[in-house]
Ligand binder design. Structure first.
Ligand code: ADP
Length: 645
């Protein structure tokens, strides 16, 4: 079904659902009007979402993902944030300078002045308060910027997911894709929100302090900076290297812990049944132990770095006291300047330690950008041609022309299949598990493209038409009907944007869901839970059939539910199918021969090829593969089922 249609459909129906909660809406009572207006005024304003979706990405969407490009969309915020970072870093350095001035011009012998001291402390307070204010603004601006950029990114990646083809979404990938959307996006959020601005602020602070120190006294500045900075630099490099190693180690090991945990939890039945508990515990102790070792290592590294840098700081202070004190005694330096030096020196260390921490954020953010870029640059394997046209309304002739296909190119699962399905004809695919029945159905729906050969609808190669127009004329009922969280109404109208209550009611009657709906507390507005776990397998399949009925496709592809349905559900489903198939071409992947027997023709598939084709009657008379299957089925008690049905 077309994805684009689905979006609109879900939205439209959602409104329908909320209107019919039972009581008619009588308007807001006058005494509550004032409150309501106030509440409305504080409601956040969300831009109306642009819900257009095109299979071909626009030029903008095709752009390489980089952080600057993401930020460029909000130039005002970026400039505002940068200005605030610069101002804050400058203003916050005024304190030591004021202290210096207060000492040299208000406290030392010969220069006592209460006025200077008072003015300096007032200014000190003023600078500190405005620094705090600016910092608050800056955090707010970068926070808003980060939220916006991440919102755009989430939508962009999600839209790309909608474009990608089925082969991308294998089971193993699900966890990886989830982590792209969660931890990678969060890493970036962290980076934009704090990382970049802190990095800039700390870097800037160091530059400002260095400049101030040199302008105060070149000799002393040179001594301090030249002795301390290289030492600190070497230590920091070591720390960075060691902590990154620790980070990678603990990241890998926690992944092992989680994998082991999830395997044990999901497989708990098998574990219990096979008495594997002890072995599991031993295993888990092993991976948890490895994780602990990684953490211990990180702890050791931190324990070395923190105190060591403090030590270097103390060394610097001692040096400053010796050299600076001597210079003061020799009248080469004022006392105020020496105190300012001490104050600045302390401030010099904090940024370095922070920079090291932020560097990890920076690295993580960078690798997240790379990983997200990889996702965004993966082209859909089933894509629309540039010159794709709209598929006109078809009669429903389906042709497989020399079709071969493999999920991986070196392992073909379909070999040179030829088949023609006439308009209005229903064809059942039967054959052993793994023969290639579902694969043929997936190719007809263009979930995958054939490795060689063509599939035609009314003589038109399905690769030459737009995916949207193709899928709007194809209805797919999968084996496990997927229901979205929402009401039954939302779930049914899913395939179409405008749908009336009468149509929904009709669909319910046609597929025989009336009994169920009458039993449910709120009829078609009853909420079904995610994946429809509150309904039985048969009911879910009936809902899927009703959904297909409402979408009125020209061609229906149905993968029959394998889950053992009770006889009554089977009968209901078969009746529903009869109605659904009226006048439609259909491919039925039949797991029950009762269904196959009702089809116009049966295609027996084995090992990726068609071994027999004919009407049920012909095939039974033929005494070939199908007749053998049928015989085996009857012997296993199938005849009872046929009779009841
Ligand atoms: P059937 O529907 O007849 O049971 P399928 O068409 O599902 O069989 O599978 C045909 C073959 O293709 C099987 O060998 C199966 O293992 C393989 N196969 C099915 N789906 C995939 C997939 N997504 N990736 C790789 N191989 C697959």
């Amino acid at each position: 079904m077309a994805w684009g249609g689905g979006w609109g459909g879900a939205g439209g129906a959602m409104f329908g659902g909320s209107q019919s909660t039972g009581l008619p809406f009588g308007g807001i009572p006058s005494e509550l009007m004032g409150e309501a207006t106030k509440l409305m005024a504080t409601e956040p304003h969300h831009e109306p979402s642009d819900l257009s979706f095109h299979q071909r990405p626009s030029a903008k969407e095709r752009e390489r993902l980089t952080l600057p490009k993401m930020l460029k969309v909000y130039p005002g915020w970026v400039v505002g944030g940068s200005v605030l970072v610069i101002l804050t870093s400058l203003i916050l350095q005024a304190g030591p300078l004021l202290t210096e001035f207060a000492i040299d011009h208000g406290m030392v012998v010969g220069h006592r002045s209460l006025r200077v001291i008072l003015i300096c402390s007032a200014l000190y307070l003023a600078f500190a308060v405005s620094g705090a204010f600016l910092q608050r603004q800056q955090v707010e601006v970068t926070g808003k910027l980060a939220s916006r950029v991440m919102h755009d990114l989430r939508i962009r990646v999600f839209v790309h997911f909608q474009r990608l083809s089925l082969d991308y979404f294998t089971d193993e990938k699900a966890g990886v894709l989830m982590s792209r959307m969660t931890s990678d996006v969060e890493n970036l959020q962290q980076l934009v929100q704090d990382g970049i601005s802190s990095f800039a602020a700390q870097g800037l602070t160091m530059i400002v302090i260095t400049a101030i120190l040199f302008s105060t006294n070149v000799v002393l500045a040179a001594w301090t900076i030249l002795l301390i900075v290289p030492l600190l630099f070497v230590f920091t490099l070591w720390y960075h290297h060691a902590s990154e190693k620790g980070y990678l180690l603990s990241r890998d090991r926690i992944a092992n812990v989680l994998a082991d945990l999830s395997e044990s939890l999901y497989g708990i039945r098998v574990v219990t049944a096979n008495n594997r508990q002890k072995r599991n515990i031993r295993n888990h102790r092993h991976v948890v132990g490895a994780y602990r070792d990684a953490n211990l290592y990180t702890g050791r590294v931190n324990a070395i770095y923190g105190p060591s840098t403090n030590m270097i700081g103390i060394l610097g202070s001692a040096l400053l006291l010796g050299i600076g004190g001597h210079m003061v005694a020799e009248h080469q330096l004022s006392i105020g300047a020496l105190v300012a030096f001490f104050l600045y020196l302390n401030r010099f260390f904090a940024p370095i330690q922070l920079l090291v921490q932020q560097y990890t954020t920076l690295q993580q953010g960078r690798s997240s950008v790379i990983r997200l870029r990889e996702v965004l640059q993966t082209p859909p394997s089933v894509d629309e041609r540039d010159d794709a046209t709209k598929l006109p309304t078809i009669e429903g002739r389906i042709t497989f022309e020399n079709v071969s296909f493999g999920y991986s190119p070196d392992n073909l699962v379909l070999h040179d299949v030829n088949l023609e399905i006439a308009p209005g004809e229903s064809v059942a695919f039967v054959g052993p598990t793994g023969a290639g029945k579902s694969t043929m159905a997936k190719l007809a729906n263009r979930f995958y493209d054939p490795t060689s050969g063509r599939i035609l609808l009314d003589g038109i190669d399905i690769r030459s038409v737009t995916l949207r127009s193709l899928r709007s004329q194809l209805g797919v009922v999968p084996q496990e009907a997927f229901l979205f969280a929402g009401s039954i109404r939302t779930n049914l109208s899913f395939g179409r944007t405008s749908i009336t209550d009468e149509e929904i009611e009709e669909a319910i009657d046609v597929v025989g869901l009336r009994d169920l709906i009458d039993r449910l507390p709120e009829g078609i507005d009853t909420i079904v839970h995610e994946r429809g776990q509150t309904l039985s397998a048969g009911e879910r399949q009936l809902l899927a059939l009703a959904r297909a009925f409402l979408a009125r496709p020209r061609v229906l592809i149905l993968d029959e539910a394998t889950s053992s349905l009770d006889l009554q559900s089977e009968t209901v489903i078969e009746k529903a199918l009869d109605r659904l198939l009226e006048g439609r071409s259909a491919i039925l992947i039949a797991h029950r021969l009762t269904t196959a027997q009702r089809a116009d023709r049966i295609v027996v598939i084995d090992r990726g090829g068609i071994v027999e084709v004919g009407t049920p009657h012909e095939l039974l008379a033929n005494d070939g593969a199908y007749a053998a299957m049928y015989q085996a089925w009857i012997e296993s008690g199938g005849r009872d089922a046929t009779r009841t049905a």
